[in-house]
Design a protein around this ligand. Sequence first.
Ligand SMILES: Nc1ncnc2c1ncn2[C@@H]1O[C@H](COP(=O)(O)OP(=O)(O)O)[C@@H](O)[C@H]1O
Ligand SMILES: O=C(O)C1=C[C@@H](OP(=O)(O)O)[C@@H](O)[C@H](O)C1
Ligand SMILES: [Mg+2]
Length: 170
Amino acid sequence: MSRPVFLVGPMGAGKTTIGKLLAQQLGYPFKDSDREIEERTGADIPWIFDVEGEAGFRQREVAVLADLSLQGQLVIATGGGIVMREENRQCLKSSGIVFYLTASTEQLLERTAKDKRRPLLQVADPESRIRELLAIRDPLYAEVATHIIDTEQRAPKLVAQEMAALVRSS
Ligand SMILES: Nc1ncnc2c1ncn2[C@@H]1O[C@H](COP(=O)(O)OP(=O)(O)O)[C@@H](O)[C@H]1O
Ligand SMILES: O=C(O)C1=C[C@@H](OP(=O)(O)O)[C@@H](O)[C@H](O)C1
Ligand SMILES: [Mg+2]
């Protein structure tokens, strides 16, 4: 059975947007781990963070990643914090091709500014929060990455085309 393709990276890197396009181009089904968590919980992410805390969300995320990683040829957009758990990093590294999508802090801030559904960015100074999270997570994304893809000022469709070529040649 062919292996899944994962997208990792910070909030606003374009994992969900580019993942859908990549799946279309490859003819693979698409899954987003956040949407999968919401469906299984019957509640949205802000509710899960509110009621169960980040720890509750991370527990659900581990279970969803473990399941999705066994489903073969899929494109899977993950949530930005997936790499915080060692077991998830092992799962990503051993299960498929992993793309780490990057962008500048300025672009991440701009792309996430309007959407209020990311609990970790609902703070007085989201720019500092983005920088803090990146300082911790960038080495972890790099650790699991097969390919690092810069999305700065690049149209999602073109980024997806570049990624599809890499998958096809792998
Ligand atoms: N390469 C890009 N250029 C411009 N805007 C983008 C790009 N990638 C994503 N976006 C926009 O940024 C926002 C966040 O994208 P999303 O795919 O939800 O990111 P993630 O899943 O990594 O948090 C969306 O409004 C999306 O349209
Ligand atoms: O970075 C994070 O810890 C999170 C990123 C979000 O997904 P996106 O990266 O798709 O925004 C979502 O999983 C949750 O709000 C937590
Ligand atoms: Mg997303």
